[in-house]
Structure formats: C-alpha cells, structure tokens
Write a protein that binds this ligand. Structure first.
Ligand SMILES: CC(C)(COP(=O)(O)OP(=O)(O)OC[C@H]1O[C@@H](n2cnc3c(N)ncnc32)[C@H](O)[C@@H]1OP(=O)(O)O)[C@@H](O)C(=O)NCCC(=O)NCCS
Length: 170
C-alpha cells in the first residue's frame, strides 16, 4: 500500500517536473490546439462567466486582428501548446491614449505555478509597448482568486469593480 502511494507520488512529481518552455507567436496551425486547451481551462463549473463569453470567434477574431498579440507557450520537447495569452490594442479616435488589453490567458493545469503565465504576459506587455500602449488593462472574474492573484503579481492594480448581472429569460 505504502509502496503504491510512493510510486504514485513519484509519477505525479515526474509529470510536474519543470520542462523547457518557449514563448512564441501563435500561428494558424496552433489554433485548433489552443481552442482544445481553452475548452479544458474555461469550464462552466470553474469560470462561469469566462466560459460564457469565450468562444471560437473570439479566438479567431483576435488572431485575425493582430496575430502579434496572440502568444503561445510551447513545450520544447513535445511541441505541445501548454498555455496562451491573447491581447489587443484599444485606441479611441481623437484620443492620445493607447491601451493594451490583456484579454485572455490560460495555462494547462499541470504546468501552472511554474512561471509560464508570467512569461507569456511579459512578452505580451513588451509587444503592447512596441505598439505604443501606455496602459495595460485586464478584467478577471470576481470568483477567480488564482486569476486575481496572478494579475496582481504581474503588477496590475485593481481600479474598478465590474459587476456581471444575469437574468433568466423564460
Ligand atoms: C491565471 C493563470 C493563467 C496563471 O498561470 P500560471 O502559469 O500558473 O502563472 P505563474 O506560474 O506565472 O504565476 C505567477 C504568479 O501569479 C500568482 N499566482 C498564479 N496562480 C496562483 C494561484 N493559484 N494562487 C495564488 N497566486 C497565484 C503567484 O504570485 C505566482 O507567482 P509564484 O508562483 O512565484 O508565487 C492560470 O492559473 C490559469 O490558466 N487559470 C485559469 C484561466 C484564467 O483564470 N485566466 C485568466 C483570466 S482570462
């Protein structure tokens, strides 16, 4: 019994062991894999509103709008996508301000808390700056504690509470 639990522990540890990750721009070929991964991350039980607002058109339109702001984290050995970060530039006509909107991010469960999300965002922020953004913005579901801690760690400060209302339409 004890032996079984030790080997189980070893297996979990081996799976979680740090791997070499490359952060790179998303390509057309990555889209199906990113979509499949996102479906495992944005689930109705864990991220209800995120799940409701996320859809394949969102992914496609952000990619079409500016592929330079769509990034993936790839496991160098297996070539599998383990995370993604999607952003866009918001610019109002006649306004001097350009915002970098960090719209979506997800990291495969097994690869979380290994700095993958942070590396994805750092690269995205670099690209925001190159495109003239002076402020980065992001929104996170109020129940998503991990997401909130993550954004705070990236240097975001809470500036406004955004409340989602829902109404059952009969
Ligand atoms: C949020 C998310 C992208 C973070 O990815 P990640 O690769 O695990 O993040 P990192 O390892 O780079 O974490 C950076 C820091 O953020 C904070 N953080 C991340 N996850 C956290 C958690 N679950 N609890 C507390 N703090 C957390 C920590 O300060 C962490 O640094 P540390 O590990 O040195 O303490 C990932 O948890 C995820 O995919 N969540 C589900 C989807 C989601 O919520 N997306 C964001 C809104 S669209």
């Amino acid at each position: 019994m004890a032996k079984k639990s030790v080997s189980k522990h070893k297996r979990a540890h081996a799976k979680k062991r740090r791997i070499e990750i490359e952060i790179r721009q998303m390509t057309l070929e990555d889209l199906p894999e990113v979509w499949r991964l996102s479906e495992k991350i944005f689930t109705p039980s864990q991220l209800q509103f995120t799940y409701r607002t996320w859809n394949v058109n969102e992914l496609l339109s952000l990619f079409q709008e500016d592929p330079e702001l769509c990034l993936v984290a790839e496991d160098v050995a297996s070539k599998r996508v383990v995370g993604f970060a999607l952003g866009t530039i918001l610019k109002r006509p006649f306004s001097p301000w350009t915002y970098g909107y960090f719209v979506w991010a997800g990291v495969k469960r097994m690869r979380r808390r290994q700095g993958v999300g942070k590396r994805l965002y750092r690269e995205l922020e670099k690209r925001f700056k190159e495109k003239g953004a002076r402020i980065a913005i992001v929104d996170v579901e109020g129940t998503n504690t991990a997401g909130m801690r993550f954004m705070e760690k990236l240097g975001f400060k809470q500036s406004q509470t955004y409340i989602w209302y829902s109404k059952l339409l009969e």
